[in-house]
Design a protein around this ligand. Sequence first.
Ligand SMILES: Nc1ncnc2c1ncn2[C@@H]1O[C@H](COP(=O)(O)OP(=O)(O)OP(=O)(O)O)[C@@H](O)[C@H]1O
Ligand SMILES: [Mg+2]
Length: 323
Amino acid sequence: MTTATTTPAGKAPADELVFDVRGITLRFGGVTSLNDVSLQMRRGEILAVIGPNGAGKTSLFNSLTGVYTPQEGEVLVAARSGDEPVSVLGKKTHVVNHLGVARTFQNIRLFSALTALENVKVGIETRQKSGPISAMLGLPWQRREEKDSTAKAYQLLDRVGLAGRANELAGSLAYGEQRRLEIARALGTGPGVILLDEPAAGTNPVEKRELAALIQQINADGVAVLLIEHDMKLVMSVAHRILVLNFGQRIAEGTPEQIQRDPAVVAAYLGTSEEDAETELATHDQPELQRIDLSGDPLHEASTTEQSEGSGATAAGEKGGPA
Ligand SMILES: Nc1ncnc2c1ncn2[C@@H]1O[C@H](COP(=O)(O)OP(=O)(O)OP(=O)(O)O)[C@@H](O)[C@H]1O
Ligand SMILES: [Mg+2]
């Protein structure tokens, strides 16, 4: 990992790494969910992680955020420009979040009984110095921070297109709105890198286009984006690079153009042999993967959202808090 320097244009050099993942293996009993997976994520990039169901994508996110500690390998992070790389392994999720790593969850985790604004403020306040005592005493800097966090939360809601929904309860928002609210909350923690686990699942085509623009905007603002997504059109339109997992193994890495035409990737998605995949690729002009729609099932996703309702799951869920 290179040390942080800035170019004259004020942009971080392209070879600076945000994540340097070296050969991680993660096992659960007899199941190997990640098998010797390496990945180098550069500052400033949108890197997508794709692969069929059960490929190990969420396990990878969990290994990068302190939820799981792989039995083998190393995960180094230097989330914000200028940070020295440090190991994630063995660190708690909130510590990794403080290092500048934010995430959203495959199964949305919001405080359903709080408003959209309050949910975002929860994210922002993880970085503030005021504790419960100063809040109770209403100390001046606490009041200032409270005002600042409210203003910032409004800004973030505006950025994700939810300015008009600030005072609605999170649980009453439409599914796609909840996904965007989770992104706003994650951004509230001031990350250098954000990990989005299937942000387009259960959203409609208009929302998907808005999401693509939002991801590009977040990236343009200097936040690296690691994106798990089944919607190939979205992935192909926003990702600079794509990493493909299958059965816990890294089977390909490359630009969207390279990945679309990679027989191993097409075979993994179609469940065919590589030979058949090559024939498929030879007989179609259209890039193969764009024709595969693996978007999440909205009904299934909605039911998992309900499970977390009222549980305050973001703060103490088994997969870690909001980050
Ligand atoms: N906590 C756990 N205990 C046992 N097995 C697990 C655990 N977490 C993940 N696994 C297993 O690891 C494998 C990879 O799961 P993971 O959730 O990472 O896949 P995924 O690529 O995110 O799939 P999907 O697209 O369905 O979300 C699966 O076989 C899964 O059952
Ligand atoms: Mg997953």
